[in-house]
Design a protein around this ligand. Structure first.
Ligand SMILES: [Zn+2]
Length: 509
């Protein structure tokens, strides 16, 4: 086994990943924070619009001014119960909010209203698929709390507090409802641990989207992840000491953070050292984690029941009403679509990762054969989205356009090559596929007389080639096909042209 280091980063020795998972079994857990997209905050009536002028969406309650009193947001409680139900949790018939005391500049009250030993939802699961295997991820708890404000560090190169000239605080986010979803320890994933962790967050995001409870934009911080992970020797039943990596803010980072911690901890253990229980920070740029503060224990927060709020006691009839509002769960939907479209689990996973499932479904609904719809979105369009650094859904083309394109190809009016030219036109804002075909004159030459003329011209221009073909050298026809394709601007069906040339010269093949 060899140790590696990461260049240009605060380095820790790393063990090769394959060696690490051959010797050690990872156990990981994920804590995910989801900002709910309610119109008002958790305990006051302030607006929650993202990107508003700093400190314009605040009031005495979310600023924690003396004498102000919180009132729980019913829509946020409903959303949390629906999340709990979608994750197969038990909904507590009675629970309480708790004060979590700590001092931090972006938290004006010096405590956060959260839930502690009485969470709203407990003991559920979420199934995820990786490599055609289903992993059932246990859900320990789902609870409701309020978000903190946001510090902005000005000056300095990194935007972090170190090296900054001064810091500003924006309290617009303080008090926005936040749902925390905590998994049970995930075991038995071995070398698939990074992929399973990523698949879990992806699936969770899909569930939130289907429920319509959050916009789940990781880049805006409305879905954030902490990853804790430990290793123990393969065959051992005693788990190792875990690290907790904070604020892992993209799906790719979840996968990288798990992988990195496996390699880092394996190197520590392999060298005979001990893993330190600590909080670590993930660096998006270098893909490494570095140590932060040593982990607080629960008692450091001096939790106690929130005295300013009444207990939360959702009655059974209300919970059942909310259960009836649950949509088809994303994994069930993808399994149904997989059968309907005739694609493999891997192909469906690729469509999910590309954000293409809804687009393909809408294209099929607009009349396209599923295979064709899949091919265009996951092939040509995915490539163009990738090249321009955009999401598929951001491309200026609608599912109806793609369905029209499929129809033009299926009816023989466009070849695949011409269809790609039509895509160029649609993406350039020249209109629908039919409008682009008309404006650019891209349609396949379907007029047989016109095609015959083009063939006759090509034969006349290349008498020597024609002679070879008549003499049995059928392979020479390629030259004439090329000439016809050129004279028609690529708007002819090459196979049809070849047939026509051979027939004209009295050769069959
Ligand atoms: Zn407020």
């Amino acid at each position: 086994m060899t140790a590696q280091t990461v260049a240009g980063a605060p380095t820790a020795p790393l063990l090769d990943f394959d060696d690490a998972v051959a010797a050690y079994e990872p156990v990981f857990g994920l804590e995910t924070h989801v900002e709910l997209s309610t119109r008002s905050k958790m305990f006051c009536g302030c607006a929650t619009t993202f990107g508003a002028e700093p400190n314009t969406q605040v009031c005495p309650v979310c600023l924690g001014l003396p004498g102000s009193l919180p009132v729980a947001n019913r829509a946020a409680v409903e959303a949390t119960i629906r999340i709990g139900l979608a994750l197969h949790c038990t909904i507590a018939p009675w629970c309480r909010f708790a004060r979590k005391n700590y001092f931090y500049p972006d938290m004006p009250k010096n405590f956060q209203i959260s839930q502690y030993d009485e969470p709203l939802c407990t003991d559920g699961y979420l199934d995820v698929e990786v490599d055609d295997r289903v992993f059932r991820i246990g859900i320990e708890r789902v609870h409701l709390e309020e978000d903190t404000g946001k510090s902005l560090h000005v000056g300095g190169a990194t935007g972090r507090i170190h090296g900054a000239d001064y810091s500003l605080v924006d309290y617009n986010r303080a008090g926005i409802p936040l749902v925390e979803i905590v998994t049970k320890p995930v075991t038995g994933t071995g070398r698939l641990a990074p992929a399973v962790a990523r698949a879990y967050v992806t699936e969770l995001r899909e569930v939130m989207r289907a429920l319509g409870v959050s916009d789940v934009r990781m880049e805006q911080g409305s879905l954030r992840c902490d990853v804790n992970l430990s290793l123990h020797p393969v065959g051992s039943t005693t788990w190792g000491t875990r690290s907790e990596t904070k604020n892992v803010n993209s799906l790719r980072s979840v996968e990288r953070a798990v992988r990195y911690e496996i390699q880092r901890q394996a190197a520590v253990l392999h060298a005979g050292g001990r893993v330190v229980q600590e909080t670590r920070h993930f660096h998006e740029d270098s893909g490494v984690t570095t140590p932060g503060r040593s982990k607080e224990q629960a008692e450091d927060y001096r939790y106690f029941p929130e005295p300013d709020l009444v207990p939360l006691a959702p009655d059974a009839a209300w919970v059942e009403e909310l259960r009836a509002t649950l949509p088809e769960l994303p994994l069930d939907r993808r399994r149904r679509l997989r059968d309907a479209w005739g694609v493999s689990a891997t192909e469906m996973q690729a469509a999910l990762n590309a954000g293409a499932v809804d687009l393909i479904e809408a294209t099929v609904a607009a009349g396209a054969p599923p295979r064709d719809a899949y091919k265009w979105w996951m092939g040509e369009l995915a490539r163009r989205a990738n090249e321009s650094g955009r999401e598929l859904a951001e491309l200026p083309i609608t599912p109806a356009d793609v369905a029209a394109l499929c129809e033009l190809v299926a009816s023989g009016r466009l070849t695949d090559k011409l269809a790609r030219d039509v895509l160029d036109g649609v993406l350039a804002g020249e209109g629908t596929p039919h409008e682009v075909v008309a404006a650019r004159g891209l349609e396949v030459v379907s007029d047989d007389a016109a095609l015959q003329r083009a063939v006759d011209d090509a034969i006349a221009a290349h008498p020597d080639v024609a002679e070879k073909i008549r003499g049995g050298k059928v392979a020479a026809a390629g030259v004439l096909v090329g000439a016809v394709m050129k004279s028609t601007g690529g708007r002819a069906d090459a196979a049809k042209v070849r047939d026509l040339i051979l027939r004209t010269l009295g050769t069959n093949s």
